[in-house]
Write a protein that binds this ligand. Structure first.
Ligand SMILES: Cc1cc2nc3c(=O)[nH]c(=O)nc-3n(C[C@H](O)[C@H](O)[C@H](O)COP(=O)(O)OP(=O)(O)OC[C@H]3O[C@@H](n4cnc5c(N)ncnc54)[C@H](O)[C@@H]3O)c2cc1C
Ligand code: FES
Length: 278
């Protein structure tokens, strides 16, 4: 029988809201991804942390009838502008329906949800490695790292140069941006490993951060283990409630020499990279 360990971590008090927010913008970034900007109150934005997500009640629109809410990472939260941003890939009924939202429409959201990224005091040089929509999750982490005066390297991976996103965002935060693509083969694990080894040799990798991709996770776990570089990953797992009740998002993790089953929505989505079973 599957046993879910809910005692391993004690998440902080659940500060979250269900709220309908007006759409300020919903524009294509390229042929696959869109940027959704919601008008949000400061009290909600003040609760947000990098790595957290919202569960979105996608509308019944455009012939789509998405049933459950869809989880979406916070791409940006700007209390001073009153804006909450999501970067999403149109993949199925929920995100197709999201794409129909226009300025002035309302979207019901629940959040912020989940455990955020953390930046330890001695992690001065951070290496962010992400591919596709994983970049959305790491974008607010880069803002926080910049605020704390940490040095950043952002390795952005994509199928094709047209799908590279957030590179300007990372560069504007002072990051050294390295782009790799499938098109020219530079996104291969071998090349990424060479890049990571170089950063470590130059003393520019105190911690790794990534999101989603199993391939990147395996590589970062291997390089991190070999050189003693810690890291964190935001996992993506299909979700229903997003609140810790339905248990549909449990994943096995290695903790204290045993396998424990934790909920990605509640104990995650951010986990210590060394604990995750790729
Ligand atoms: C914590 C979290 C944060 C996320 N952040 C983002 C984000 O910032 N931007 C973004 O575009 N997407 C993000 N996702 C994935 C997003 O939730 C799914 O793409 C979305 O639910 C798909 O809904 P749909 O109805 O459009 O497609 P569906 O018809 O439900 O699915 C379309 C395809 O996507 C796959 N899929 C569905 N849900 C997930 C999931 N959770 N993870 C991986 N694959 C999935 C399905 O297996 C199917 O192949 C996140 C997921 C999680 C768990
Ligand atoms: S989605 Fe319901 S417990 Fe995680």
């Amino acid at each position: 029988m599957l046993r879910v360990d809910q005692t391993v971590t004690t998440p902080p008090p659940f500060l979250t809201q269900e709220i309908s927010l007006p759409v300020k913008g919903n524009t294509p970034v390229n042929s696959e991804y869109r940027l959704l900007v919601l008008d949000a109150p400061r009290e909600l934005l003040d609760l947000c942390r990098p790595g957290q997500f919202f569960n979105l009640l996608c509308p019944q629109a455009g012939g789509e009838a998405p049933y459950l809410r869809r989880p979406m990472s916070i791409y940006g939260f700007y209390p001073e502008k009153g804006e909450l941003h999501f970067l999403y890939k149109v993949t199925g009924a929920g995100t197709r329906a999201l794409a129909t939202l226009g300025t002035g429409d309302e979207l019901n959201v629940v959040g912020p949800l989940g455990e955020p990224f953390s930046i330890e005091d001695d992690w001065q040089h951070l290496v962010l490695v992400a591919r596709g929509v994983g970049l959305a999750t790491l974008a607010p982490l880069a803002i926080e790292a910049n605020r704390l005066g940490r040095k950043l390297t952002a390795i952005c991976s994509a199928r094709h140069p047209d799908y590279l996103m957030s590179t300007e965002h990372f560069a504007a935060l002072g990051a050294d941006v390295i782009t790799v693509t499938d098109d020219d083969g530079s996104s291969s694990p071998q090349n990424l490993e060479t890049i990571l080894e170089r950063l470590i040799a130059e003393g520019r990798a105190d911690a790794f951060y990534t999101c989603g991709s199993n391939r990147l996770l395996r590589l970062l776990q291997k390089v991190g283990k070999a050189h003693g570089v810690p890291g964190q990953i935001a996992l993506e797992q299909q979700m229903a409630c997003g609140l810790g009740m339905c248990q549909c998002c449990v994943r096995p993790l290695k903790r204290d020499g045993a396998i424990v089953y934790l909920r990605v929505c509640r104990e995650g989505p951010v986990f210590d990279m060394s604990e995750v079973v790729a």
